[in-house]
Design a binder for this molecule. Structure first.
Ligand code: ARG
Length: 580
């Protein structure tokens, strides 16, 4: 993506390292990548000299030596050493600890800087299910990846428009209307009832091919806006949306715009006209198409021989509307990998029409979800429903809680089971790179120890419990605490990780991968646990140790961990329980 590369790190500490190397070499620090050395004893940050070596036509190792030779300590940087092509920097510890507390627990705390996105808009098309069909489990991937990207961009200061491009148009509705006409309207109306009708109609169509034509006639009446037909379709739409909203509410999903494909009917002729005027259309077997053979793609279908428009035509209209209305810097489509060709055709057509902003559009694709080895899909008949999976996860956590915390009051146990059960399902969908297929294993995703949502939530609950036991009612009071007692390497490594949330969030946005944040949170939990469990060996290393000054400093660090976990979980769309 052309627009957002070479953005400097958000962390002042990483920026300082890049600036020191960049200034010494006379190159733009934004070219330099700041990483972490493989072994913390080598230094806190490493800056590789490869990009500078290319620009300056010099050996990277010589450049690293050059940086070290001219290095002067600053407020943030204490030391620089060369290690082959890398310059390893060591930080002053006090300023980092203090910045961490300032950002996480002061009254004006802001764990993520919003400077990256200020004044910019991102459109995110996500979830976008077809009406009259149940939300199946695979819909969760688009829904949770999309919502997480909304949260991520928003945290970075972007204005985000989350869009549900409801699949509420097309020949399916002709079939449903025809089926209702033949066999009666299902009462009370539910998605399940509509789905049954649809399946029955398709069966009937196999025996009686004439039905296909009738369905087409019904769809035509709908397209032409016959009032009673539109009213029936409107009921399909209303009942579907109401049922979708129940699941959206369970998961905390929100859209700025719910705009169905049906709403682009009026815009369609002008889109087709625009393409015709630019000489991009041709007729193929009676249909109006945009030829894309020069790009080795099949043609994009604009209008069928019978005059009805198509999914792609509506997406063209929607893209133009979004650009016009929102002037986006990015427009994302969080849609399954199977639709890859559709989006390539869409973007290529807009490019051909000379609309350069097509470069800002991106298909954020993702792999399949398998439960017990089978692919989830609504058409297959053995669909796995999202609601059922969420309920099952909740029930499993509930059962676990009965064993681990038998004294929890029932309403509290229920609340925790909801937050942790649903969180487990959401996290499982975000924990790996989105292009990877997800094999859904119940034991793994519900685990309190493995790479799972409950593990992160549990770490958060643990920090909350330590703070409670330490008598900290208001963590802001700890933000100015003396950090001098934080002398353990485990404390330092943890703090260094914690100030990286902003950069990790920016990285997640760069690649549209919420997985980056999920991985980061797992690292934070591991680092926290390494520090926290030191107390098992030696009481003097406990957070709640005997020395008051040390205890307060450690409590402040714990409060910082809690804030970072809470914020990070929020980015993924998970709640952060204070007790589990
Ligand atoms: N309704 C489509 C489906 O369920 C997804 C729509 C994705 N968004 C879009 N603008 N095409 O397959």
């Amino acid at each position: 993506m052309v627009l957002m590369t070479a953005s400097p790190p958000l962390s002042p500490f990483r920026r300082a390292a890049a600036a020191a190397a960049g200034t010494a070499l006379g190159v733009d620090p934004a070219l330099l990548v700041v990483t972490t050395p493989p072994d913390p004893s080598m230094g806190d940050y490493a800056v590789g000299c490869f990009p500078a070596a290319k620009a300056l036509r010099a050996a990277p190792a010589a450049l690293a030596q050059k940086v070290v030779a001219s290095f002067q300590p600053t407020d943030l940087l204490a030391e620089a050493t060369a290690h082959g092509p890398y310059v390893n920097f060591r930080l002053h510890r006090g300023p980092l600890f203090r910045t961490l507390l300032e950002r996480t627990i002061s009254k004006t705390a802001r764990p993520i800087s919003t400077s990256a996105g200020e004044g910019k808009t991102v459109c995110i098309d996500f979830s976008s299910p077809n009406i009259a069909k149940e939300l199946a489990y695979h819909h969760i991937r688009s829904t949770v990846i999309g919502q997480s990207l909304v949260n991520i961009y928003r945290a970075l200061g972007y204005r985000v428009v989350g869009i549900n491009h409801l699949g509420d148009w097309g020949t399916t509705h002709g079939m449903l209307l025809c089926a209702c006409d033949k066999w009666g309207f299902p009462e009370p109306l539910t998605i399940a009832g509509l789905n049954e009708l649809y399946v029955r109609f398709r069966e009937a169509m196999k025996k009686d091919p004439a039905l296909e034509d009738q369905a087409r006639q019904w769809f035509k009446r709908l397209e032409e806006g016959e009032p009673s037909v539109v009213a029936t379709w409107q009921r399909f739409r209303d009942v579907s949306l109401a049922e979708f909203k129940e699941v959206y509410n369970l998961l905390g999903i929100h859209f700025e715009e719910i705009k169905g494909e049906s709403e682009y009917q009026e815009a369609m002729p002008s889109v087709i006209q625009m393409l015709e005027q630019k000489g991009l259309t041709s007729i193929s077997e009676g249909a109006l198409v945009v030829d894309l053979s020069d790009q080795k793609m099949p043609p994009l279908l604009l209008r069928k021989a019978d005059g009805t428009t198509l999914y792609a035509t509506r997406d063209l209209a929607a893209a133009m509307y979004r650009h016009e209305k929102y002037q986006f810097v990015r427009s994302l489509y969080v849609v399954a990998r199977e639709q890859g060709l559709h989006f390539q055709q869409l973007f290529a057509t807009l490019k051909k029409a000379g609309l350069d902003w097509a470069d800002r559009m991106e298909h954020v694709s993702f792999g399949l979800v398998r439960i017990g080895g089978r692919k989830s899909g609504t058409r297959s008949g053995n669909a796995v429903l999202l609601r059922d999976v969420l309920n099952e996860a909740k029930a499993e956590i509930h059962a676990k809680l009965k064993e681990t915390s038998p004294d929890l009051p029932p309403d509290q146990a229920d609340a925790i089971a909801t937050v942790v059960g649903h969180g487990a399902v959401v996290f499982a969908n975000l924990a790996s790179q989105r292009e990877k297929d997800v094999d859904f294993d119940w034991d793994e995703i519900l685990s309190l120890e493995g790479d799972a949502g409950p593990y992160v939530q549990y770490a958060h609950a643990r920090t909350a419990s330590v703070l409670r036991r330490g008598g900290v009612a208001d963590p802001t009071e700890l933000s100015g605490i003396d950090v001098a007692p934080l002398v353990r390497e485990e404390e330092w490594n943890l703090a260094k990780l914690l100030v990286d949330l902003g950069d990790e969030t920016a990285r997640a946005a760069q690649s549209n991968e919420p997985h980056v944040v999920a991985r980061y949170l797992l690292d934070v939990c591991a680092s926290f646990s390494r520090w926290y469990t030191l107390g098992n060996q030696d009481p003097a290393l406990k957070v709640l140790c005997a020395d008051e000054r040390t205890k307060m400093a450690r409590l402040a660090l714990t409060a910082g961990v809690r804030e970072i976990l809470r914020t990070g979980l929020g980015l993924l769309g998970l709640k952060a329980p204070d007790a589990m």
